[in-house]
Write a protein that binds this ligand. Structure first.
Ligand code: ASP
Length: 325
């Protein structure tokens, strides 16, 4: 009898220790890193750069999965509802984890409640862009031209809820226009269409477009930040170019589903922190025009606070812009 009791208590102790053991060993298999937009776009680019370094730190592969649809909210809903075990995480952004709240009254998740923030990966200023032979020469001309020709113009974006949609919603509401909007599964394919001249203008995150601007494949009218970007010194800020209300800077950040054990969140946050301190990763992200978070801006706490303040900011902007169509 005594042997049986001992045996039983041993089993109970082993079962109780199992999750702790599993967490301590985490990760023991590849981590699924969901990108809520098409391959080749800004979110995909940032995810691949930091994911590759995190996989080296944690000694497990980070497998990128592009889950498309509904401006990134399809993927975000899926990750919010997935098992909180650290094997399914998402590279979200200012759209999926802030603007979507006001854009989708029936959004299937609450960015600040249904996710465990891991950390900010990169700040990504937003630019006003057009096809290369768009007539206006500068932003003042752009505003007048778009006003006068809006019924003929197409604006590309990555779906309602995306950064490109939300920031051009801000732009259009400042100008007072509603062009035809053309959705793509990400600004990777939207940029291809802009380069081909199939659409007229777009608002996009800097990491997607530096090379194309420099090569003259597209035009950049302004950047929505206070200062010019060091990688695009010839592109004026929106304030310099006469549209100070266009303040549009996005960000990409990693999230796990809410309920992910703290030691796992900490491991992921630590690996992200190491990636952001790595000279090679920094160089690549900076060359693409990212703004890298300093130590205070990194980690779960800072990201949790950012999500709250961004939901507030973009809700106001979206409500002020009025009905979408
Ligand atoms: N950042 C998205 C992408 O990776 C698009 C968007 O939010 O505008 O394609």
């Amino acid at each position: 009898m005594l042997v049986l009791v001992r045996l039983l208590s041993c089993v109970v102790a082993m079962v109780a220790a199992a999750p702790a053991l599993a967490q301590g060993d985490y990760p023991t298999r590849p981590v699924n890193l969901v990108v809520p937009f098409a391959a080749g776009g800004p979110t995909d680019i940032v995810a691949r750069i930091v994911g590759e370094h995190m996989s080296r730190t944690l000694k497990q592969q980070f497998v990128i999965e592009n889950v498309l649809g509904a401006g990134g909210t399809t993927a975000s809903t899926r990750v919010a509802k997935s098992k909180p075990d650290g094997y399914s995480i998402i590279m979200g952004h200012m759209g999926t984890h802030a603007a979507s709240v006001a854009l989708y009254p029936k959004l299937g998740y609450k960015p600040d409640v249904d996710f465990a923030p891991i950390g900010l990966a990169a700040g990504t200023p937003v630019l006003i862009l057009s096809k290369k032979d768009f007539a206006p020469k500068d932003l003042k001309e752009f505003v007048n031209y778009v006003k006068a020709n809006v019924s003929k113009l197409n604006m590309a974006h990555a779906g309602v809820g995306s950064v490109s949609f939300t920031t051009c919603l801000l732009l259009n509401s400042i100008i007072g226009v509603k062009p035809t909007s053309v959705p793509y599964s990400g600004t990777g394919p939207a940029l291809t269409a802009l380069i081909a001249g199939q659409v007229d203008y777009m608002c996009d995150q800097i990491v997607n477009v530096v090379q194309q601007i420099e090569a003259g494949q597209i035009k950049a009218y302004a950047i929505g930040t206070r200062e010019r970007s060091p990688v695009l010194p010839n592109v004026p800020t929106a304030s310099e170019a006469g549209l100070p209300e266009f303040q549009a800077s996005a960000w990409n950040a990693l999230f796990a589903p809410q309920g992910t054990p703290q030691p796992i969140v900490d491991r992921l946050a630590g690996a992200l922190d190491q990636a952001l301190s790595d000279p090679g990763v920094r160089k690549r992200l900076l060359e693409l025009g990212s703004v890298l978070p300093d130590q205070a801006g990194r980690g779960p706490k800072a990201l949790g606070a950012l999500v709250k303040s961004e939901v507030e900011r973009w809700t106001k902007v979206i409500q002020a812009a009025g009905p979408l169509e």
